[in-house]
Design a protein around this ligand. Structure first.
Ligand SMILES: NC(=O)c1ccc[n+]([C@@H]2O[C@H](COP(=O)([O-])OP(=O)(O)OC[C@H]3O[C@@H](n4cnc5c(N)ncnc54)[C@H](OP(=O)(O)O)[C@@H]3O)[C@@H](O)[C@H]2O)c1
Length: 344
């Protein structure tokens, strides 16, 4: 497909790249992003692994069926030869959009995927003459305490240094990560909160709104060679407000059960000690640390001067709200996607 002229949301007009390679296409945001790119008329080629999806449930033919209007190639991102031969295949690609990320968040997986595999993709993209690399990252890397955040930051730094045009998108919380309690509340149980339920806040962003934002990075010059924190529409909301909204939608009085944050410290500490003897428990300790992080850190822009999270400094995009999504789930019109883990 030849390039075509598009007006970006910054008002700048640019010639859209025609052919886009998408990594992580089979994930939650990847699927929505493929659809957004196809809607905009791009020629989209998804690089997928041989067994894709949660628990490796998708064979290549299943992956291909997911993406109407896009094509699929089976590629091993850990192998530079496969990226060149099976992926870019000596053809012209204008941009890479990566929504790829470790499905477990464990340190080993994070360094292998969020960092090493991305370096492989970046190198292969440069060999293929790609001009623009759009990376889905996470807002939480602004306060890196966890292995997967360090792995993401290390790749962000390599991408910035590469000289390629980049757009690093750091979204706030996804709807699926804030929907884990819908069933328990519907079944009459209380909504679980840490502390008073107002320790943190976020501006939830829907899969489709984020996908539109990612796709428009290709044409909006205001998003070029920038790190882009981004949230969904409306005010920031706390876990307590999420619970209150759920109960209101169900027409029931709110009921909360508070869990002390210190409990997560005890679990993470205990698993870390056991993990020295039984390595899989060490990985579980990391998941408990991830849980603790999200129990205490907001998904909003962090003001480095004050060390405080700042809702008003967190940009918004899109139209879809978390509470509309809750309503759709309760009505049976939407289903929250469950990943390999439900921590982040
Ligand atoms: N959840 C949140 O609230 C939140 C908020 C902000 C940012 N984020 C960030 O958003 C990113 C993506 O999130 P998501 O929910 O869309 O992820 P996801 O559903 O877990 O999808 C991950 C994608 O990466 C691919 N991938 C993983 N390991 C791979 C491997 N070894 N080889 C090839 N592909 C591999 C997966 O492919 P397979 O289908 O083959 O496994 C899948 O397509 C993550 O970086 C996350 O940190 C999340």
């Amino acid at each position: 497909m030849d390039g075509h002229t598009v007006t970006g949301t910054s008002g700048a007009t640019t010639d859209a790249p025609g052919r886009v390679c998408v990594l992580g296409a089979t994930g939650t945001i990847g699927r929505a992003t493929v659809a957004a790119l196809v809607r905009r008329g791009y020629d989209v080629v998804c690089f997928v692994r041989h067994r894709a999806g949660v628990g490796g449930s998708l064979a290549p033919a299943d992956s291909a069926r997911l993406f109407a209007g896009a094509s699929v190639r089976v590629v091993d991102v850990a192998d530079p030869v496969s990226l060149d031969r099976d992926g870019f295949a000596g053809e012209r690609f204008d941009a890479v959009v990566s929504c790829m990320a470790s499905r477990t968040g464990s340190p080993r997986d994070a360094w292998a995927i969020d960092h090493r595999a991305h370096l492989n993709v970046l190198d292969a993209a440069r060999r293929a003459g790609v001009g623009h690399f759009v990376l889905l990252s996470a807002i939480c890397v602004q306060k890196p305490l966890l292995a997967f955040q360090h792995a993401k930051l290390a790749f962000e730094a390599a991408l910035v240094k590469s000289g390629l045009r980049y757009s690093i998108v750091r979204p706030t919380a996804f709807f699926k990560s804030l929907s884990g309690q819908i069933e328990r509340v519907r079944n009459g149980r209380p909504f679980l909160i840490f502390g008073d339920g107002a320790l943190t806040a976020c501006k939830p962003i829907s899969d489709d709104d984020l996908a539109d934002y990612i796709a428009d990075c290709l044409t909006d010059e205001g998003r070029w060679s920038r790190i882009l924190p981004i949230g969904g529409p409306g005010e920031a909301i706390t876990p307590r407000q999420q619970g209150e909204a759920l109960f209101a939608l169900l027409g029931r009085p709110p009921r909360f059960k508070s869990v002390p944050v210190a409990m997560l410290d005890v679990i993470a500490g205990g698993l870390a000690v056991l993990g020295r003897v039984v390595p899989p428990l060490g990985e579980k300790a990391q998941l408990a640390r991830i849980g603790r992080y999200y129990a205490t850190e907001s998904m909003l822009v962090l003001d480095p001067a004050t060390g405080r999270y700042d809702a008003s400094a967190t940009p918004s995009t899109g139209t879809q709200t978390l509470f509309d999504f809750y309503r759709a789930v309760l009505d049976g019109a939407a289903t929250p996607e469950r990943g390999d883990h439900a921590v982040f």
